[in-house]
Design a protein around this ligand. Structure first.
Ligand SMILES: Cc1ncc(COP(=O)(O)O)c(C=O)c1O
Length: 353
């Protein structure tokens, strides 16, 4: 029945999200969610919002949330854009900022939604190889480019790049938009926020899915100078005027207001990550230096697919990518203390067999 499809649909290769199975007792370390969930204040705010006004459309600009984000990040209100998860914000950036005659550049190993969006929006792109240590080497981006996008820290490697390197990249391509996807920045990498005022080509994309434990609410945002934000608003208002419903706006506001809970969550993940890395190294894994809430690790003698399969049999889900260069690796989300212990225990058993 595919004769009913628009021609474009035949050429798409959709993104494959990590599994969300409903299995009793499953330890889910495959999609980089926060094991603790969001601030308890979020549920209260959502309940209150559900009791009043659901018959009315939400604020199409999410004005109160944009103002709160602006205050939180100490930027003017017109520097903020919000969307339905950072995936949607990224989609608008691809459509509104990243399509030019010269190719869009991004790392060969990175968030696999980027090439998917390129196909959806018919954007020419070139990938730039990570170096031998699986790091982004900014010097390798010194080539013709219509735009650049990269995550900091990168996914699925977890490896971050320094602020100076980002500044070098911005200076290298002053006439091209540069999008830094900071989905995981709260777990230890340096944000490019201090560079926004000086660089009219810098857009930062953030999410509340990871460090704020709100993956289920779908709230992402972008920070940049007003001419970049305007491009996103123009695309949004040509697509869906109301990307954030009333509950999402209320929940996101409550999360932002609970700074203590946010800081405790980040600190706990950073601490658990250190224990996870040490434990994995003791079991014979090489672990890339991670600044994210996941680690990317390869075992000295066992393959990634084999280990992921064996863990699955023990009801532990991790992510394995059947792709060149990263096939030997497992991407493991940093869980709570018990989850880290259970994973290390299970791997110990598997590796002894
Ligand atoms: C690098 C990166 N950017 C963006 C996202 C999208 O996050 P969300 O749409 O939940 O905000 C993810 C999700 O896994 C990611 O890994």
């Amino acid at each position: 029945m595919s004769q009913f499809w628009s021609p474009l649909v035949h050429c798409l290769s959709p993104y494959v999200p990590g599994e969300q199975p409903r299995v009793e007792g499953l330890i889910k370390l495959n999609t980089n969610e926060l094991p603790f969930g969001p601030s308890p204040a979020v549920a209260g705010a959502i309940e209150a919002a559900a009791r009043e006004g659901l018959q009315l459309y939400p604020d199409p600009q999410s004005g109160a949330l944009c103002e709160a984000l602006a205050a939180y990040h100490r930027v003017p209100r017109d520097h903020v854009f919000v969307g339905n998860g950072s995936d949607e914000v990224l989609a608008h950036a691809f459509a509104g900022l990243l399509k030019h005659d010269a190719p869009l550049l991004f790392p060969d190993i990175t968030y696999s939604f980027y090439p998917t969006y390129c196909r959806l929006f018919d954007i020419a792109y070139e990938t730039v190889l990570l170096d031998g240590a699986m790091r982004i080497s900014v010097e390798d981006y010194r080539r013709p480019a219509g735009a650049v996008i990269l995550p900091n820290p990168n996914a699925p490697t977890g490896v971050g790049i320094a602020l100076e390197a980002i500044e070098q990249l911005l200076a290298m391509h002053p006439d091209a938009p540069v999008v830094i996807d900071e989905a995981y920045v709260d777990f230890g990498a340096q944000s490019a926020l201090p560079l926004i005022a000086r660089h009219p080509n810098l857009l930062i994309v953030r999410t509340m899915s990871k460090s704020r434990g709100l993956a289920g609410l779908r709230v992402g945002y972008a920070l940049g100078q007003p001419h970049l934000i305007e491009a996103l608003v123009r695309v949004k208002d040509s697509f869906n005027s109301y990307p954030l419903d009333r509950l999402a706006q209320a929940g996101a506001l409550a999360s932002l207001a609970d700074e203590d809970y946010f800081q405790q969550g980040r600190a706990a993940i950073i601490e658990n990550r250190a224990r996870l890395v040490t434990g994995l190294e003791c079991l014979g894994f090489a672990v890339l230096p991670s600044q994210a809430n996941f680690v990317f690790a390869r075992h000295s003698s066992r393959g990634g697919a084999e280990l992921a399969q064996a863990l699955r049999a023990e009801k532990i889900l991790v992510r394995h990518f059947n792709a060149p260069r990263i096939d030997p690796f497992l991407r493991i989300t940093v869980g709570n203390g018990d989850q880290v212990s259970a994973l290390l225990q299970a791997l110990k058993g598997i590796l002894s067999r």
